[in-house]
Design a protein around this ligand. Structure first.
Ligand SMILES: Cc1cc2nc3c(=O)[nH]c(=O)nc-3n(C[C@H](O)[C@H](O)[C@H](O)COP(=O)(O)OP(=O)(O)OC[C@H]3O[C@@H](n4cnc5c(N)ncnc54)[C@H](O)[C@@H]3O)c2cc1C
Length: 401
């Protein structure tokens, strides 16, 4: 009997971790991985590329360095549609790939929330290319100030104050003195503004940690405008609403980090979804499609305790991948799948290279110790999706800055 075909879409945290698990277990499957690039990137470190702290190569590695070519067939192509009735995936090249089992792990995209001008003038951080483009835009404007003397070239607006925004603000404020030297502009005239619709900053952390994080960034010059929904992004300004009045702030660099959604391929393929995410069954399959797993940022898993879906993170994406591998082992052995259970190990947000805030093991951490923890987490995930050699090449061992 020929082997069953298992196809994994996406080589992010969820997809690559699944592949690692499948190849390690030596399952009797014909395994294919499809990813748009030849490389995996650490999406959790994109803010470093956007701020110019690290180049794209530092946070990425080749997929072929992780997969065992004897066990996994790798196709570099872009998925355009999943035809679930025909059990087939369509690719940009025009090819189709059929499957018996499918793991959809296509990750996240930027969410514009339908706000005018976001797609034209906002710089999102969703992959290496967009993070590099945001860096180039920032560098270009800071450099241009020498000629233009236009204050908006020294003005940066970060839209949203979620996890990505805070980490980007930490990184960019850390780098500012170096950038001022490089491009010869007065660092004290740079204006960095963060605009957030919600009234509370960093709600995922305790008040103590949130205050610490906001304080650090304020001391480095960030101006927070909160409780103020953004209404429009223009070429060099952001329009927001404050106490019923529309206000406008000028900036040549506008970074759009208000939120993300799951891949648009999900909606285009006709899955029942909300913002590119499918509410999955307890075994992480799509309702009514027991051969299709949906994991990582394209899935929504209900947290029974809070009554809301868990936030989408790399941490849960990798835990889901492990569950898929376990389920496949059970399925092939003729056993029933078990329900996915998630225990979060906590959250740590960086505030630049040597400062951070975090909550783990029921304790709050801040400052240098939290920044060491953050680097340790990134190193651990390099091992979870990569190899010891990838860790040695790409890991973060600069603990003593
Ligand atoms: C700046 C930042 C900081 C973050 N910090 C943390 C953190 O500290 N901790 C944490 O747990 N999470 C963090 N996150 C969230 C985390 O990065 C995501 O939850 C995680 O990347 C989701 O993993 P994934 O495998 O589902 O998707 P992704 O990592 O997005 O991977 C998806 C993969 O699919 C590929 N792909 C996409 N579309 C196609 C297509 N059509 N065809 C073929 N291939 C395709 C992509 O190229 C990519 O390789 C952070 C996110 C950002 C942006």
């Amino acid at each position: 009997m020929s082997k069953k075909k298992m196809v994994v879409l996406g080589a992010g945290y969820a997809g690559l971790r699944t592949i690692k698990g499948l190849q390690k277990k030596n399952m009797d499957l014909d395994i294919t991985l499809i990813n748009k690039n030849s490389y995996h990137y650490e999406a959790t470190q994109l803010h470093e590329v956007a701020a110019g702290t690290n180049p794209g190569e530092k946070i990425s590695f080749e997929v072929k360095d992780v997969i065992d070519a004897n066990k996994v067939n790798f196709i570099q192509d872009e998925v355009t549609k999943i035809n679930h009735e025909a059990n087939e995936v369509s690719l940009k090249s025009g090819k189709t790939v059929s499957y018996d089992y499918l793991v959809v792990a296509l990750g996240f995209e930027s969410e514009s929330f339908g706000i005018k001008g976001v797609d034209e003038f906002g710089w999102p951080l969703v992959d290496i290319k967009t993070a590099e483009a945001a860096k180039e835009q920032l560098d270009k404007n800071l450099k241009n100030y020498q000629l233009s003397k236009d204050p908006k070239d020294l003005s940066v607006v970060v839209c949203g104050a979620g996890f990505t925004s805070i980490e980007y603000l930490g990184e960019i404020t850390n780098r500012l003195p170096k950038l001022a030297d490089k491009f010869n502009f007065p660092a004290n005239e740079v204006k960095i503004t963060c605009i957030e619709a919600m009234p509370k900053l960093l709600p995922m952390f305790s008040e103590n940690l949130a205050d610490y994080g906001v304080d650090v960034l304020k001391k480095r010059g960030v101006d927070f405008i909160v409780g103020t929904p953004i209404k429009e992004i223009k070429e060099s300004s952001v329009v927001y609403e404050q106490e019923g009045e529309l206000k406008e702030i000028e900036a040549s660099t506008i970074v759009w980090t208000t939120g993300v959604r799951g891949s648009s391929v999900i909606g285009e393929s006709g899955f029942e979804e909300r913002r590119g995410r499918v509410m999955v069954e307890s075994d992480l399959t799509v309702p009514g499609q027991p051969n299709v797993f949906m994991i990582g940022d394209v899935s929504a898993v209900m947290d029974e305790e809070s009554g809301r879906p868990y936030p989408t993170t790399a941490q849960i994406a990798m835990a889901q991948a492990d569950h898929v591998v376990d389920t496949m082992e059970r399925k092939l052995a003729g056993q029933e799948p078990t329900a996915f259970k998630y225990n979060s190990l906590g959250t740590v947000a960086s505030l630049g290279n040597n400062d951070a805030i975090g909550h783990t093991m029921n304790k709050d951490f801040k400052g240098y110790i939290a920044s060491v923890m953050k680097k340790g987490i990134a190193d651990k995930s390099l091992l979870q999706v990569g190899t010891p050699s990838v860790l040695l090449k790409k890991g973060r061992f600069d603990f003593y800055h």
